[in-house]
Design a protein. Structure first.
Ligand code: ADP
Ligand code: MG
Length: 414
């Protein structure tokens, strides 16, 4: 080794990560602790495919981050693997309906899976839906085996495009000559099937599996397994995983949130050149996640709500405290005049204030003045800096925010 390099290895800060990708939700773990029962249930249903039979259709429910997607993909991968070993023709198709959200896209997406396999080119653009459906039937029959189609976030598809597509998919078996299909629908929304046509509902809900939320100990096991792959040995302090697990368990045991918090805590520790992830990094990560959320919510608010929000901040600064609904409305009206936006009624503004409260951007506490009625005490949350910088990205708002002192006095907010 060159003498000059001898010290370099000690000077370069070592990353605390081995592989941070392991903590992303796109990563497919080899093991899924605490989902053994669910894995077995899905596998027992899909096993029919390997015997040349038609598996039942399944509906999978559960809150976000309970492992619905990873369990289904895991079983699907195993199914295809076993199918190959047994020379039994099975195919597993996964569709994320948040992206593939119309009947047309779903049908062409499935057809393309086969067409790609055969290296053919079929330009579907402009084809009527029934022709795409007919082509799809050809493709599946040409394949000739058992095809399981997973529609993840299926409620998004139905909300956007209605349940025709599910009706058509559920009657495929009667149009197929050789091959067989089955459908797995996945949703976070327990009441989703109430929206469906009864025929579709009974056909697709032949089997139902509910994924329970994880508790703190289960989240802990998940984090220990993933953490061991993601971080270098000895670079996670002992309290970190129990802390993240406890926090995630409070939020209905969402494993995705727990993993995000773990990854971001690690990234913050790394940025600070800390040799270890510690509790303080978890708290910073929580703040960062919350301010990112607030920025995103504020950015996507309609202009009227942005003006109301800014009125609350401005008024709060002038008054050095919380405002009543009436005070917010007064400032709001003046600001609207200034940017030539038509002011809404006080009643509507009160509704929008409640919405901002529900989004967690402001706090509105109802107080009562005895016989004089009730009003609200309104103030922004602690994330005022993030709110202001998100507001400033809107051109109407930046105009308002850049009012000179003189103009502000002219506006005479109080
Ligand atoms: P859902 O689809 O129910 O919202 P996901 O399957 O996307 O949840 O899981 C969210 C994240 O948590 C993913 O990164 C996934 O790998 C991980 N995860 C969920 N359950 C487990 C488990 N039992 N073991 C390991 N990782 C899990
Ligand atoms: Mg999912």
């Amino acid at each position: 080794m060159d003498g000059r390099d001898l010290f370099k290895q000690f000077l370069k800060p070592k990353s605390i990560f081995n592989n941070r990708e392991v903590l992303r939700s796109s990563y497919m773990p080899d093991e899924l602790p605490h989902r053994e029962k669910e894995i077995e249930k899905v596998a027992s249903i899909l096993a029919a495919a390997l015997k040349g039979e038609t598996p039942s259709n399944v509906f999978i429910y559960g809150k976000t981050g309970t492992g619905k997607t990873c369990v289904t993909k895991y079983v699907g991968n195993q199914l295809v693997k076993t199918g190959k070993e047994m020379s039994s023709p099975v195919e597993f198709i996964y569709i994320n309906c948040e992206v593939v959200d119309t009947q047309y896209r779903v049908l062409t997406h499935i057809a393309n899976q086969f067409i790609r396999k055969w290296d053919e080119r079929v330009p579907f653009t402009g084809w009527p839906t029934d022709e795409v459906y007919a082509k799809l039937m050809d493709c599946i029959d040409k394949f000739g085996g058992a095809v399981t189609i997973t529609l993840d976030e299926i409620d998004k598809l139905v909300l956007k495009s209605g349940d025709d597509v599910l009706y058509n998919l559920s009657r495929m078996n009667s149009d197929l000559k050789i091959a067989k299909t089955s459908i797995i629908g996945i949703s976070n929304d327990l009441r989703f099937t109430e929206l469906l046509d009864p025929r579709v509902k009974s056909s697709l809900g032949e089997e139902e599996i509910i994924f329970p939320s994880y508790n703190a100990e289960e989240i802990m096991d998940i984090l220990i397994k993933r953490g061991a792959l993601a971080f270098r040995e000895g670079s996670v302090s002992q309290e970190v995983i129990p802390l993240i697990s406890a926090l995630a368990a409070q939020e209905h045991g969402d494993a995705r949130k727990a993993l995000d918090l773990f990854r971001i805590s690690g990234e913050i520790a790394e940025r600070e050149n800390s040799p270890m992830v510690e509790e303080k990094h978890v708290y910073s990560a929580m703040n960062k996640i919350e301010s990112d959320r607030i920025s995103e919510v504020v950015r996507t608010l309609p202009t009227q709500s942005k003006i109301i929000l800014f009125s609350i901040i401005e008024g709060g600064e002038i008054k050095r405290g919380s405002l009543t609904t009436g005070e917010v409305y007064e400032i709001y009206q003046k600001l609207c005049t200034y940017v030539h936006v038509g002011a809404l009624t006080e009643r509507r503004v009160t509704e929008l204030i409640s919405e901002l409260d529900m989004l967690g951007i402001i706090e509105a506490r109802v107080i009562s003045f005895g016989k004089y009625g009730r009003t609200k005490e309104i103030k922004v949350t602690t994330q005022e800096k993030e709110i202001l910088s998100a507001l400033e990205k809107d051109s109407t708002m930046s105009e308002l925010m850049n009012l000179t002192l003189e103009q502000q006095t002219k506006l005479d907010l109080f």
